[in-house]
Design a protein around this ligand. Structure first.
Ligand SMILES: [Zn+2]
Length: 386
């Protein structure tokens, strides 16, 4: 935890001075760990933007207790979008001569990537590491693949025992970057490789899912630049081999991807270019959400306000609205069983058609808007968050 009111602190990626950027009020259902206001800091040197006042123990209780990552289509090992991604990762390793070595994919989800490598004749032992791997035992697992429980700060491997560690969408979730990279340096053999992928925060702007989409993802505590990741790696004895930016698919949307391949060895310092202003984008995202909250309040003109869809962006919008006038609904029975700061969550079809309707989820707004019109909500009363 950061000392309250600290003006600057050491950037967790590069160690230079990071200063307060903005506050972002999150919220969540029931006693969610995200009922808090994140204090975002920005580093003037490497460009990292991060939530300074949450720690990994608190975040861990979100993954085990609150979210159902495993069930999401995002982690389906057969979705064509995911297969395309795994093939891209495998190709990148092959192009840099990284193959036929014992490796572990940290934060492996349902193990899609290690299964893909096994299917393509990798030629080394493959491990999938995740916090909870019990549910993976039910699936059919290729001979070369094993799953083990562990997390990025505590890998279940001996010193210098592996030739490759991969981390796809892991580092943006962890505050203790030093802990992760020190653990990677411990487990890798000299000359072993580290492949890290995170969302490319320098290109958030180029693929707009919604104005506040990226900063509404409450569990993303780091918003990385390539320079930030490269600095953090260098401080732990890694040399960056290559920096790669691309647009990659998920089953639900495409995203800007940033990948760094590094090796546990001395090497030339690879030049890393700055491609975007993450702090500026964070300020714009917050401004856009605040503007929409003001518009909603003014359009509702003191009448009732029904909000459809308990999505991440809703949990950033609600702290900006007057809850006295808000009714919540969601089609998911799981969400209907929860409460938001004491407010019940109804079935959309049971909500009185009066006042204004706000459709919160960016990814499903058109489908929800259509369903709302079918329930009799007039077009002029529907506000789609954008
Ligand atoms: Zn920095």
């Amino acid at each position: 935890m950061t000392a309250a009111g600290a003006a600057t602190e050491a950037c967790p990626a590069c160690g230079a001075d990071a200063g307060h950027l903005l506050d972002w009020a999150y919220s969540g259902l029931g006693d969610s760990v995200f009922n808090y206001t994140a204090d975002f800091f920005a580093c003037g040197s490497c460009g990292l933007v991060y939530a300074s006042n949450i720690d990994d123990a608190r975040l861990a209780s979100f993954y085990t207790g609150e979210c159902s990552y495993f069930e999401k289509p995002h982690f389906s090992v057969t979705a064509p979008a995911n297969l395309e991604k795994y093939a891209f990762y495998a190709r990148m390793l092959r192009e840099h001569g990284v193959t036929a070595t014992d490796m572990a994919d940290v934060g492996c989800g349902r193990g899609g990537f290690v299964r893909t490598l096994a299917g393509s004749g990798w030629g080394g032992r493959l491990w999938g590491i995740d916090v909870d791997v019990r549910s993976l035992a039910d699936d059919e697992v290729p001979d070369a693949v094993s799953f083990r429980a562990g997390d990025a700060l505590h890998l279940p491997f001996e010193h210098g025992s592996l030739g490759l560690l991969t981390y796809f969408h892991v580092l943006e979730h962890i505050r203790d970057l030093d802990g992760v990279l020190a653990e990677a340096a411990r487990v890798l053999r000299p000359g072993g490789h580290l492949l890290v992928e995170v969302p490319d925060a320098e290109h958030y702007r180029s693929l707009p899912v919604g104005t506040a989409f990226w900063f509404s993802i409450r569990e993303h505590v780091n918003h990385f630049t390539a320079a930030a990741l490269a600095s953090a790696m260098r401080r732990h004895g890694f040399s960056v081999v290559t920096v790669s930016r691309q647009v990659l698919p998920t089953p639900e949307f495409s995203y800007p991807s940033l990948m760094l391949l590094a090796t546990r060895a001395d090497g030339p310092v690879t030049a890393v270019e700055m491609a975007g202003d993450v702090a500026g984008f964070a300020l714009e995202s917050k401004g856009a959400l605040e503007r929409q909250a003001r518009e909603i309040a003014s359009l509702a003109e003191g009448g009732s306000l029904t909000v459809w869809g308990c999505s991440a962006e809703l949990f950033s919008l609600l702290p900006l609205l007057d809850l006295d006038r808000v009714r919540l609904c969601d089609a998911s029975p799981l969400k209907q069983a929860a409460r938001y700061k004491g407010l019940p969550i109804g079935r959309p079809g049971d909500m009185p058609v009066e006042g204004m309707l706000v459709v919160a989820p960016y990814l499903h707004r058109n489908a929800i808007g259509k369903a709302a019109r079918e329930l009799g909500w007039p077009e002029r009363a529907i506000y789609l968050l954008e």
